[in-house]
Ligand binder design. Structure first.
Ligand code: ZN
Length: 169
């Protein structure tokens, strides 16, 4: 079995965020310098829709004037350097989905984007301990075989597949 470490971590974080959100127990960190972002009209509309959801996922935001907002705090797992990109990604996703989108879908979208940005990258070297931690945690998630976007996390290779690859059958 081959496990994709990025999507495995994504699944673990996604489940954690959804759970913490329900229990209102997300930890957040204050940014040294608040990030200010100028939103487009569409992004600003999307922001109004999900302001509460962002808050329950650990984002502290403030509207400054017009379409400018400040991000004051972010969830602890998220590298601060990713905050700005993540924000525009989330707002663009919500903007594209807002027609007919349900509240719970929005929350899943936000949690999925957040999990993606906070997860280890595919080329990051992991220690054996971290790998074991990841596999143990993955197996107790709601869906260990698929990531929040629906991609496979685990690839099974049978002996047959391997033999076929070497043209032995
Ligand atoms: Zn991802």
């Amino acid at each position: 079995m081959l496990i994709d470490q990025h999507v495995a971590h994504e699944r673990i974080l996604f489940d954690k965020y959804r759970k913490c959100e329900t229990e209102r127990s997300i930890e957040s960190q204050n940014l040294l310098l608040p990030e200010t972002i100028d939103l487009s009209p569409a992004q600003s509309e999307a922001f109004s829709l999900i302001e509460d959801d962002l808050e329950s996922l650990g984002f502290g935001t403030m509207r400054l004037s017009g379409r400018t907002i400040a991000i004051k705090s972010i969830p602890t797992d998220l590298p601060p350097s990713e905050a700005r990109n993540l924000f525009s990604e989330i707002l663009d996703t919500i903007e594209a989905e807002k027609k007919g989108g349900a509240k719970s879908t929005f929350r899943d979208d936000i949690a999925a984007s957040l999990a993606c940005k906070a997860a280890v990258k595919i080329n990051m070297k992991l220690t054996p301990e971290k790998m074991r931690w990841m596999i143990d945690r993955l197996l107790i998630t709601t869906s260990p075989t698929t990531c929040p976007h629906g991609r496979p996390v685990i690839l099974r290779l049978s002996m047959k597949d391997i033999e076929r690859g070497f043209h032995r059958t």
